[in-house]
Design a protein around this ligand. Structure first.
Ligand code: ZN
Length: 478
């Protein structure tokens, strides 16, 4: 029995906004402090305290809304979402329910096969994060750390527009790139500042949506992909054996690569939402929206298209180089006055490879963009060969120094003197009479052997194009 099922995926992303202080009080939001040191009567929910909305959090929500071409609601409402949990001191979370600050928008996503897809964004709303329960440090008890309680979150909810794990990952990656471009969220998935819930269901093509399961707190792109893949198989097995999917919340266990039921899914009315009487409606005026618009940077799509045009890059290179603003800026500094594709090869190949191998972030890269640009210039002006340049790059990366000083002190200057190269060619051809005769008899492949011998004799410094040309001439002459 071969039944076709279509998977339907929607994502809810929680992005921690990188404001200096919390959303309703002045406590710092910095990660990793001593438990409960970043707290005050407001975020500890002491009776009689009142929340005061952080304007910077609102501006960051506006920036996201503008970047995805969304409707910005001029009038939105904070609501109380009531539930009990030990890390939620008020007994409710301040969120937005019926009227979120950001309404419908779209995100254009680049798919792995090179295509694009427009994914609908239903809404994005402001809310406060909860604290954390600590289980490791205590035996038989749990501790509560409320440093995170009141940290501003933007919850970005997509339409159920994705049809494969790969599309879901591509959407999440694009959103991750976007929030970092906008500088509204640091995107640190390990620390939980960018995390995602996935709603997954199956249906027959063109049938109504099936019952969905919600998989909570996926904090890496790979876990998102794995969890959806697992969920597709689980639901398909149930449906094909005549069962029904239960609407529920599930957790992904990365160690066992499976999802497990956590609890039955709550309905919205389980939370008894109502407008928070302590907070005024949030009113946006045009001047404020325009002020935020004026601060928006060049966004990833625009930058990618500009890179393709300005530096004559293929779409793949432009996509890699614009995935982060820091990398894009670095590349543009390398590419000043040199060939754009050559600069891209160095940044994407040697530079990213070395950083990856050393486990170093670009921000801490020991080779400045200026040094890499000079290295590429020295290839272009034929001072050194591309191969020698790789050795110099290794030295710059691991031991530091200056490009020209390394070239001079190690005598790496490329040999472009025709007489000098001809002398080396003569010596090599004379030393290998049999191979020379074989080449003339039609064994063309032997040219590579001779080039290799001459390059070796010159310690890699002879100009390879000249070696090729002079060798060919010499060998054919006999
Ligand atoms: Zn506080």
């Amino acid at each position: 029995m071969n039944m076709d099922w279509e998977v339907v995926i929607g994502l809810e992303v929680h992005a921690q906004l990188n404001t200096a202080t919390k959303i309703f009080c002045g406590c710092p939001t910095a990660f990793g402090a001593e438990p409960n040191s970043h707290t005050c009567p407001v975020c500890l929910a002491m009776p009689g305290t009142l929340p005061v909305l952080n304007a910077a959090a609102v501006d960051k929500a506006i920036a996201l809304g503008l970047a995805i071409g969304a409707e910005l609601n001029r009038h939105s409402i904070f609501a109380r979402k009531n539930y009990f949990y030990p890390d939620l001191p008020k007994g409710y979370q301040i969120s937005q329910y019926e009227l979120p600050v950001v309404g419908k928008g779209t995100l254009t996503v680049q798919l792995p096969d090179g295509g694009e897809k427009v994914v609908g964004v239903t809404r994005a709303h402001l809310e406060e994060d909860a604290g954390k329960s600590l289980h490791e440090a205590f035996i038989g008890q749990s501790g509560i750390d409320l440093n995170r309680a009141g940290t501003p979150l933007l919850e970005i909810v997509s339409e159920p527009d994705m049809r494969s794990p790969a599309e879901a990952v591509a959407y999440l990656k694009k959103l991750h790139t976007l929030v970092r471009y906008l500088d509204i969220c640091d995107g640190n998935m390990q620390e939980g500042s960018f995390r995602c819930d996935a709603n997954v269901s199956l249906r027959r093509p063109d049938a109504p949506y099936g019952t969905r399961a919600e998989i909570k707190n996926l904090n890496s792109f790979r876990f998102l992909e794995k969890a959806i893949e697992y969920e597709i198989v689980r639901q398909r097995d149930i449906l094909e054996s005549g069962g029904r999917i239960v609407q529920e919340t599930r957790l992904y266990d990365a160690n066992r690569d499976e999802t497990r039921s956590m609890r039955g899914k709550e309905e919205a009315n389980d939370y008894r939402y109502f407008p928070d009487p302590d907070l005024l409606p949030l009113v946006l005026d045009e001047a404020r929206i325009e002020r935020v618009r004026a601060t928006l940077p060049e966004l990833p799509d625009a930058k990618r298209i500009r890179f393709m045009r300005q530096y004559a890059l293929p779409v793949y290179d432009a996509g890699v180089l614009t995935a982060g603003r820091t990398l894009a800026d670095y590349y543009e500094q390398v590419a000043v006055g040199v060939d754009g594709k050559l600069a891209a090869n160095w940044v994407m190949g040697d530079l990213l490879g070395a950083l990856n191998k050393a486990g170093v972030e670009l921000e801490d890269c020991p080779v400045s963009a200026g040094k890499l640009r000079l290295l590429v210039q020295r290839i272009e002006d034929q001072t050194i060969s591309g191969k020698i340049a790789k050795d110099i790059f290794e030295e710059l990366f691991h031991r530091g120094g200056e490009v020209d000083a390394i070239i001079d002190s190690r005598g790496l200057r490329q040999i472009t003197d025709v007489a000098a190269i001809s002398a080396m060619v003569d010596a090599i051809v004379t030393a290998h009479p049999q191979q020379a005769a074989d080449f003339r008899a039609g064994k063309d492949k032997l040219l590579g052997f001779f080039v290799g011998q001459v390059m070796k004799a010159s310690q890699g410094k002879a100009n390879p194009d000249q070696v090729n040309a002079i060798l060919l001439e010499r060998l054919q002459k006999g």
